[in-house]
Design a protein around this ligand. Structure first.
Ligand code: GLC
Length: 667
């Protein structure tokens, strides 16, 4: 008997998105009242109203109601007070003013500390979550089409609702064990020699590392599943050479396939009708990194199988992990819209431009990339059903990753393959993890990272993390150090930066020793991190939780969003402000502070529940151990494979022996 119940309500004629795997759930009968409102009762006595005429769901939010969920979005953990659009977007400006990032995670938990319920809206098009934005006391969820399945989760506490979502949509993806190591990435590494130099930079200092990522420049002219033969003369041998050093190379795969005669992926796709088509039956032409591309129709199972099998080109060369990118899909421009823009510019050219005319002119250029109208110009063959892209937009990244995941199950049965994606939808969490896209080297984005992690965990994306140090703009040594103090606890731990920004490999900075100590501490913690991750994955739980899920009736804990729980034993309270050497920390219960300068140099201090100002020098990592709990540590090694998972030391706080269950396996 589960701790949750699920009710299903089918509105209109929804498409099967593939998010739900639970079988046998039947939609409940329900009737509209005289005003056209279907009402669904909730734990709050207050009903949800589904209004078919105004195309919205509404709910009166009690004053002390917290709203959690939505996975990867902007703003804090309690989503109340803003409007969010589920509309997967190639959005490099993760600012408060924005409404969408790369993902559509349509799961909410409504909780007043005593009662709660959850809802999942299985709808592949745009959804507008107005969570007290228009009216502070009203939740309104708006749709363009009233075709969706609504699932209501009932349970006693938020964790049960999270479990319910996973029961409905399946178990979270589990990566190989080495994917819990540290990874170095940068857009701009071009040759085998440059990658060798990165490995050398780490090896010379003895900083552990498990992954080096390969961004688009490893390809021949940005063509998926090709490797530039001049830059990588003997690729399989190079992959092996890196593996001999304990390093996995992880290449990127982009959604768009370059249009080029003689390129097999392009030619096969054209021949077999595997690309997305326009109304007139021709393949859509868009431009992304490779120049002009076609988009594979991942929603078509035959195309999916074909594209998925292409990963074999690289797995046959020894590759064991990938990141899927540009799969919202990002569109720099379409040929059709570009023609329209040029026509309008010509039109304006000979006119006297007043200031509004100037803004109109300038605005034209801004409409070129990721234009909503472009997403209405092409269609999918969704296994026999022709659907316009914008109606299923949020599935594209999910289905690209599904293509890979299904292929790995077919072709690499005996292995776990690392896979994470930029765009996602609930359901994709069965096939891969996510990284949170193109953040900036901003202090505020460390905090955003802290907020996003528990929300991602709620929606099933356990294997996740941010570009550590920041992707866009120039990083600084102190910012990178503080960021590492967060990322060293996230399952995906990758330092990544954009072309043209300051280089941010750890060996480029002054206090390399502190960086080394921190990466070693991460490795010392991997038995704990892996164990807690696996328990969360196998029990449909969360690896990173907000304080409020554990200390539900503690108002202060509920309001504390810059501290998070990592696994069952510890809480972290990172410093995320420039030039700060400490911060206020709220302890919901007595805890033991572990102040790490390195894995084997740390102080322990017992602190009573309440507020504390805690000093934290730049090189110190603060870990708060909960009473009744234990933190295991191992001796760091140069990579995960060399770690000892058996010979551990333990730090406990008011804990009986045996109060920690270690999970380990061959990975
Ligand atoms: C996108 C990705 C980024 C990558 C870049 C070049 O912006 O989000 O991670 O480095 O493309 O491939």
């Amino acid at each position: 008997m589960e701790d949750y119940q699920i009710r299903k309500f089918t509105i209109g004629k929804p498409l099967n998105t593939g998010a739900v795997v639970m079988e046998g759930l039947v939609s409940e009968d329900f009737k509209a009242d005289e005003k056209g409102c279907f009402s669904i009762n909730t734990a709050f006595g207050e009903s949800l109203c589904i209004d078919l005429t105004s195309k919205e769901i509404s709910f009166n939010m009690p004053e002390d109601l917290y709203v959690y969920g939505l996975g990867e979005t902007i703003r804090g953990i309690n989503k109340r007070g803003w409007q969010y659009f589920s509309n997967n977007s190639d959005e490099p400006h993760h600012e408060e003013a924005k409404r969408s990032l790369y993902a559509a995670h349509n799961f909410l938990i409504l909780d007043d500390g005593k009662k709660c319920f959850g809802l999942f809206i299985d709808h592949p098009g745009k959804v507008d979550f107005d969570i007290g934005y228009t009216d502070p006391d009203l939740l309104t969820i708006r749709f363009e089409d009233m075709d969706f399945d609504l699932y209501i989760f009932d349970g006693k506490e938020p964790a049960e609702l999270v479990k319910g979502l996973r029961g409905l949509t399946g178990r979270s993806y589990i990566p190989p064990k080495w994917a819990f190591g540290y990874g170095q990435s940068r857009w701009g590494y071009k040759t085998a020699d440059e990658l060798r130099a990165v490995a050398k930079g780490y090896k010379e200092l003895g900083i552990p590392i498990d992954m080096i990522y390969m961004d688009i420049d490893y390809m021949q002219d940005f063509k998926d599943f090709t490797v530039n033969p001049e830059r990588f003369p003997d690729f399989p041998a190079f992959v092996q050479e890196m593996k001999d050093q304990g390093i996995h190379l992880v290449p990127i795969i982009d959604a768009g396939v370059k249009m080029e005669e003689g390129y097999d992926v392009y030619e096969e796709g054209v021949k077999n009708d595997f690309f997305c088509k326009k109304e007139d039956g021709t393949n859509l032409v868009a431009a992304v990194w490779p120049g002009k591309v076609h988009f594979p129709d991942f929603l078509n199972s035959k195309a999916r199988e074909w594209f998925g099998d292409k990963y074999k080109v690289l797995t046959d060369a020894g590759i064991e992990g990938f990141w899927n990118d540009m799969n919202e899909p990002a569109i720099f421009y379409t040929e059709d819209h570009l023609k329209e823009v040029f026509a309008e510019i010509k039109n304006l050219e000979n006119k006297e431009l007043d200031i509004w005319g100037f803004f109109q002119f300038r605005g034209l250029i801004e409409t070129i990339a990721n234009n909503p109208e472009d997403y209405k110009r092409f269609y999918h063959d969704f296994d026999g059903v022709k659907v316009r892209h914008d109606k299923v937009h949020n599935l594209y990244g999910f289905y690209m990753t599904r293509a890979a995941g299904e292929a790995f199950e077919r072709n690499n049965k005996d292995k776990r393959i690392l896979m994470f994606s930029r765009a996602s939808y609930i359901g994709m969490h069965r096939y891969g993890g996510v990284w949170t896209g193109d953040n900036m080297s901003w202090w505020s984005h460390i905090l955003l990272n802290i907020w996003q992690m528990p929300s991602l965990n709620m929606t099933g994306f356990l294997y996740s993390g941010a570009d550590t140090g920041g992707f866009g703009c120039d990083t600084t040594e102190d910012l990178l150090m503080r960021w590492i103090q967060v990322s060293m606890f996230t399952p995906l731990f990758r330092n990544h930066s954009a072309l043209g920004t300051r280089e941010q490999e750890l060996y480029r900075f002054k206090d390399m020793n502190s960086f080394k100590n921190m990466i070693e501490l991460r490795y010392a913690l991997i038995p704990y991190i892996y164990s807690e991750f696996m328990k969360a994955a196998l029990n449909d739980g969360m690896y990173i939780k907000p304080l409020s899920f554990e200390y539900r009736t503690d108002k202060r804990a509920r309001e504390t969003e810059d501290q998070i729980l990592v696994g069952d034993s510890i809480m972290i309270a990172p410093v995320y402000q420039q030039n700060k050497t400490g911060r206020y920390v709220y302890l919901p219960e007595d805890m033991k502070l572990l102040r790490f300068r390195s894995y084997n140099d740390f102080d322990e201090e017992e602190l009573p529940a309440g507020d504390h100002y805690i000093n934290a020098n730049l090189n110190e990592v603060l870990v708060f151990l909960r009473p009744g709990h234990i933190l295991p540590l191992t001796t760091p090694a140069q990579n995960v494979a060399a770690l000892n998972f058996r010979d551990l030391s333990y730090i406990g706080y008011k804990a009986a022996p045996g109060s920690f269950t270690l999970y380990t396996d061959e990975g």
